[in-house]
Design a protein around this ligand. Sequence first.
Ligand SMILES: [Zn+2]
Length: 461
Amino acid sequence: MDRITEFLQEHEWEIFEELAEIIAIPSVKGAPEDGAPFGREVKRMLETVARLGQRHGYTVTLYDEYLLMEYGEGEKTLGVFCHGDVVPVDETEWTTGAPFALHLWDGFLTGRGVRDDKGAIIQALWLPDLLRAAGEELSKKLVVFIGGSEETGMEDIDAFVRRHPMPDVSVTPDNQFPVSVGEKTILHITARSGRLRDVVGVSGGIAENLMMSRVTVKLRDTEPIWAALRQSGLEVRHDSGGIEVISTAPAVHAAACADYHSAMLPVAAFFADCPALCEGDRAQLAIAARLLSDGRGTAFGVAGSDGGFGENTCCNGIAAMEGDRMELHFDFRISGGSDAEKAAETIRRAVEETGWEVAAMTYRAGFMLPEDSEEVRRILAACERVSGRTGLRPYYSGGGTYASHLKNAYSIAAVADYLPLPEPPLAQGHGDEHQPDETVSRAAYLESFRHLLAVVTELGK
Ligand SMILES: [Zn+2]
């Protein structure tokens, strides 16, 4: 057994205790407070990691938006970028236990953030110990960044970039094995319908970047609508306030939703053709059904795939009512090799041509780094050594990480998932990052420490 494996076995329970401590903090974005722009719980998370960091031998500096932890000396710096904020949860969807309590069961660890990205924070915390155990010394100074708003606009990394010199090379363990050398453009748009009369309420989704898994549509209480719905096959409810239709679909991350659709699609498609609804509403719902028709963005004119980036995706994460109009929020992921501004214009035009309005639109342009740089070569060598695999190639990714805000930055695996391990026995739409029952295999999680150590050792030379 090698020294690192032995070390990890010896310290396994300390690692789980630290992970449990930060999983227990519900660091979802909250109302800003003095010194806590992303809310009290995000700040508490940063403070907790700062305390743990000191214990592991880091020099820590706490900022409002993020935490910096430094270790070692060197003219050059190696950045490791993790985030401690997490996406919101719908507790009723969790089947394995409470989201903000680390749960160990049958060789798995479950809790909001175990994959994204609190698990990686603990890996980074143990780097000084692991380097010592391995007898390795870096010639670069290690700078670990723990952010507080990765999931909600990345003001944290913007503040870092304004205040500090750019690290010479950086990794962000918040992606897949082995290494990403480019990211798609991420574009958010809110499309607003025309006036509705029979549809009086729409409410669904928990985040823009998660395909809507549940929506409730409220309708005026009329006999024809009720009769039509009774035969629709949709889940319907009749109460004093009106008629409610409930629809569900798998919750899939926006980066991987090409083959999925929003929970809103079956409802919109049904009403588009339902004579019980007034003509105006039918027309509006037909537009909604068209926009929602697939997870590729066909209706917006941006479906397609581009080399290593794979298919473009279009995710309807949220639906809501704004006065008497419906708003649908979309998250697009478009090849980082294509012109982001042009894609934004194509999408805007497609929405406006239906008669709907674009109520809001923001985007972060993607990027493409060379596949054969010295850094990529080194990361791949570390990945091959630690995994025993050969012939690894870099990939282009759909998820937006801190790498898009940094220079010479590569996103790597948050969880070393190259070991042949059983999948957790969870329902479809459960277990992954951003999903309910976020779960990691215990063995893969411990392997992740070896993996990060290997990459950091190689880049820190
Ligand atoms: Zn993340």
